[in-house]
Design a protein around this ligand. Structure first.
Ligand code: NAD
Ligand code: TYD
Length: 347
């Protein structure tokens, strides 16, 4: 099997690539990534010498390049993770999200359709998406696979659009596909612009922890390796033309999560109890901020036997330990361009 994994140098993609390279030694894994600010080959240095791993640097927005790639390599499956993924950046520059998340996805769909259409048997286009396409929940309820799409940010609108294109290629051209919509991930190799790694980095550096609005926004957090295991299951056992919601059954208001993180970090860094909490600073809210996300993961649990393997407390501790023992990784990703970004967004 030749498997194309896009965005494999990013946070979730690197976990998926590692899992497939290690667990499926008879598959050739092709990691296609353009190495934006979020893509980092250091994420994969433990497996990059393995004989079934191949890295291809390229942009999914480049139609010619993508068509040529599908002509050169006979892919059996695509696991598509490449995306612009940060809501705050999407508010600053929506077009970058349209290009990669919509046009890039359609380029991949076209190439897959054109090379596979004579015989779709044993082919699969797996599109990895987010729960943010469903919009915001009120105080109650959960997102199911039947919840209507109602995206509120340019990021979620671009992901919603890409999901629709994938489904449309299935309906119109018969392209075999699966989609999964997952809740917020956390864990090793997470770029420190998202809440948890950003705050870990700021606590290490004793700089303010910028909590948006009143901090009462709620997210459903899942350890990244549990997501990667779910992707493996959906890829191998998911039903053609189906969507699977993936989530941790693990809702936290941002402020409670931040307080727990502060406690864990104080212990690990041998600082007095309460030291890190003093860094909490309430800042201007994100425009269009979704109040609450929470996933009903009953379908994947019943049909594919998946459930999260670690509690949030365990996962958070593992994550903190990883960041504290990988300061070189953190220093590399937070130097240069990152400093400019931080100044612009938080000054
Ligand atoms: P990330 O930003 O860490 O990584 C994205 C990767 O895609 C990077 O390696 C980047 O270099 C690459 N990329 C970006 N534009 C590209 C282009 N034009 N061509 C080729 N490569 C390009 O993202 P992530 O958090 O790992 O998310 C991966 C996928 O999972 C995304 O599709 C995202 O929407 C989805 N998702 C993320 C979360 C989450 O909590 N992070 C939750 C649910 C779903
Ligand atoms: P984030 O990690 O950006 O993920 P998403 O917006 O995709 O859910 O943010 C998670 C939550 O944390 C969200 O409610 C916004 C909030 N947040 C802050 O309060 N401060 C920050 O500096 C960041 C990056 C996020």
């Amino acid at each position: 099997m030749n498997i194309l994994i896009t965005g494999g140098a990013g946070f979730i993609g690197s976990h998926v690539v590692r899992r497939f390279v290690d667990n499926y030694q008879d598959y050739n894994i092709y990691n296609l990534d353009s190495l934006t600010y979020a893509g980092n080959l250091e994420n994969l240095k433990d497996i990059d010498q393995k004989s079934n791993y191949n890295f291809i640097k390229g942009d999914i927005v480049d139609e010619y390049f993508i068509n040529d790639l599908f002509k050169r390599i006979d892919f059996d499956g695509v696991i598509h993770l490449a995306a612009e993924s940060h809501v705050d950046r999407s508010i600053e520059d929506p077009l970058a999200f349209v290009r990669t998340n919509i046009i890039g996805t359609v380029n991949l769909l076209n190439a897959a359709k054109n090379t596979w259409k004579k015989n779709y048997k044993d082919k699969l286009f797996y599109h990895v998406s987010t729960d943010e396409v469903y919009g915001s929940l009120g105080k109650d309820g959960l997102f199911t696979e039947e919840t209507s799409y109602d995206p509120n940010s340019p990021y979620s609108a671009s992901k919603a659009s890409s999901d629709h294109f994938v489904r449309a290629y299935g309906e119109t051209y018969g392209l075999p596909f699966v989609i999964s919509n997952c809740s917020n991930n956390y864990g090793p190799y997470h770029f420190p612009e998202k809440l948890i790694p950003l705050f870990i980095n700021n606590i290490i550096e004793k700089t303010p922890l910028p909590v948006y609005g009143d901090g009462k926004y709620t997210r459903d957090w899942l350890f990244v390796e549990d997501h990667s295991r779910a992707i493996d299951l959906v890829f191998h056992k998911g039903k053609n033309h189906e969507t699977y919601n993936i989530g941790g059954f693990n809702e936290w208001q941002n402020i409670d999560l931040v307080k727990l993180l502060c406690e864990v970090m104080d212990k690990k860094l041998d600082r007095d109890v309460g030291t890190s909490q003093k860094l909490i600073t309430y800042v201007k809210d994100r425009p269009g901020h979704d109040l609450r996300y929470a996933i009903d993961a009953t379908k994947i649990s019943k049909e594919l036997g998946w459930k999260p393997s670690v509690t949030f407390e365990e996962g958070l501790e593992k994550t903190v330990d990883w960041y504290l023992s990988n300061t070189e990784w953190l220093n590399h990703v937070t130097s240069g361009g990152y400093k400019e970004y931080y100044k612009k967004m938080y000054s």
